[in-house]
Design a protein around this ligand. Structure first.
Ligand code: SF4
Length: 501
């Protein structure tokens, strides 16, 4: 049995001797006990629990053709469109358990991306990478490793290519190649869940040119490697975590992002999956971004369910749940949520086979993410409206716990008599932390690529000429339309072209 329990995961990440992890300027000894990181560790742990909980284990496990046994789905290579749909469903389900981003999907998508990219490279004669990668994948599946995926470079001057930058390592760069491995320097920014992971998979963040070949590098290393430094980023209301308590101080779950610095880090050659192969970096980026954009249809819909549930309960506590305008607003939030989810399922069931693995439908995956850049802020607007001003003004749990104030707070904070003032405070804090937090409001916009990145993909994938010829024929004009079997006016993605060529 290679499936780990959540407790085994916690044990595995509790001791690090080499990597340096910083939170608000202070070095962290044990991420499982640090009050800032603990909510994030507990959200990551839910991806292990999901493989054991009765209600989720059918989705949380998958059959590995490499080990011939069940593995955690977060280490699985998709073998069918149904596998891809199971990913979206699992993500929605785990969101219900944690109400936050659970951070493990970036590593999951990085595994699938490298599987397909190295297969394509093998077809073109660069066989070593795929063999190496499958060995690495087998290790990840056997040990049920907690992976972070690191793609976004620090980027420096946005108008310059990697090799043109004033600081040559603002994109992660290979400094030296030896027969045993490579040395890399640079930084990856906004890396989800990195301090809660055991290993990092590093991928190039953009299509490279020949001059950028030192930046066309993909590899995996344990987080606990000499020269790795993590600077965990701040978030809204984060200082509350140091307060303790069990209402305001985020006693439940959250996520974190970090800046990962590589200070001349050694990577053994058996962990290098791309080295100077700049021609394949664009394909890799296209594959990864589509995988992660599809996943958002699951996790953000699940988070929206928590937010809708919170607003619905607060309406009930306020006695207004039957008011027609409240019902109408909640119904609108449901429509927005189910639209995001439907797009993620469509991206899965209309998947594309590349070699012996399945990639998502690139058009639908980009549509999914583009909906997610818009709808969460609409949902937050609706639920803020329903919750009332208390969402931004509620007293603290410390007021409730002060014997001098408790009686007043209990009387004046109570709504309908079925609920206590403490219930109202708890639900208000949950809605505040979920609807206004990083995972719903910021990650939804920028995670897996900012909105402009999806619009570029729409214009690449949509065949405007075909649509125009269709229209010209119907208008009675001269038209060259040659009807094709597929109903959608779509061009092939670069990945499909490269895989076929
Ligand atoms: Fe997973 Fe969603 Fe978080 Fe990405 S944003 S890591 S898909 S939970």
């Amino acid at each position: 049995m290679v499936l780990r329990t959540g407790e085994q995961y916690l044990e595995a990440i509790s001791h690090r001797s080499k990597a340096e992890i910083f939170v608000m300027g202070k070095e962290v000894d044990d991420v499982t006990k640090n009050p800032f990181l603990k909510p994030s560790v507990m959200a990551f742990k839910a991806t292990y629990d999901a493989a054991w909980d009765e209600d989720s284990k059918d989705l949380g496990r998958a059959w590995s053709q490499f080990l011939n046994e069940e593995v955690n789905r977060f280490t699985h290579i998709h073998r069918s469109p149904e596998d891809l749909a199971a990913k979206v469903k699992l993500l929605r389900k785990i969101s219900h358990k944690v109400g936050a981003c659970f951070q493990r999907c970036v590593g999951f998508d990085a595994l699938n991306t490298l599987y397909i990219t190295t297969s394509i490279m093998a077809e073109k004669g660069r066989k070593d990478y795929h063999q190496r990668f499958v060995e690495y994948l087998t290790h990840v599946q056997k040990e049920d490793i907690a992976l972070a995926g690191a793609m976004t470079d620090a980027k420096g001057v946005r108008t310059l290519k990697p090799h043109e930058q004033p600081h040559p390592d603002v994109y992660v760069k290979v400094n030296q190649v030896t027969k045993d491995g490579i040395y890399v320097s640079g930084a990856k920014a906004n890396i989800t869940g990195v301090a809660a992971s055991e290993e990092i998979i590093v991928l190039p963040t953009r299509a490279m040119t020949k001059e950028d070949k030192d930046y066309a590098v993909a590899f995996a290393i344990p987080l606990d490697t000499e020269g790795v430094k993590i600077v965990v980023g701040r978030q809204l209301n984060d200082a509350r975590r140091f307060e303790g308590g069990d209402i305001d101080g985020l006693p439940y779950f959250y996520n974190h992002e970090g800046l990962v610095i590589f200070d001349n880090v050694f990577v053994p050659m058996d962990r290098v999956f791309m080295l100077g192969d700049w021609e394949f970096s664009g394909t890799l980026v296209e594959i990864f971004s589509a995988y992660h954009r599809q996943g958002y249809g699951g996790c953000k819909a699940g988070l929206a369910d928590v937010i809708i549930g919170s607003a619905s309960n607060l309406a009930r506590q306020n006695g207004v749940e039957k008011a027609s305008h409240i019902q109408d607003k909640l119904t609108e939030a449901v429509f927005l949520t189910e639209t995001m989810y439907a797009a993620g399922i469509a991206a899965s069931l209309n998947a594309v086979k590349v070699g012996d693995a399945w990639w998502v439908n690139p058009m639908h995956a980009n549509v999914t993410k583009h909906l997610v850049t818009r709808f969460p802020s609409e949902i937050t607007k609706i639920t803020t409206d329903i919750a009332g001003g208390m969402l931004g003004t509620a007293p603290s749990e410390w007021d409730l716990k002060n014997p001098k104030l408790r009686g007043y707070i209990e009387k004046y904070m109570q709504g309908m008599m079925d609920y206590s003032a403490e219930d109202r405070l708890r639900m208000t804090r949950l809605l505040e932390n979920t609807s206004l937090g990083v995972a719903f409001m910021i990650e939804s916009v920028h995670g897996a690529g900012s909105p402009a990145a999806q619009r570029i993909m729409f214009s690449r994938l949509y065949d405007f000429n075909y649509a125009e010829e269709v229209a010209k024929r119907l208008a009675g004009m001269k038209s060259d339309v040659k009807f094709v079997k597929k109903p959608e006016p779509w061009r092939e993605s670069d990945t499909e072209k490269v895989a076929k060529s």
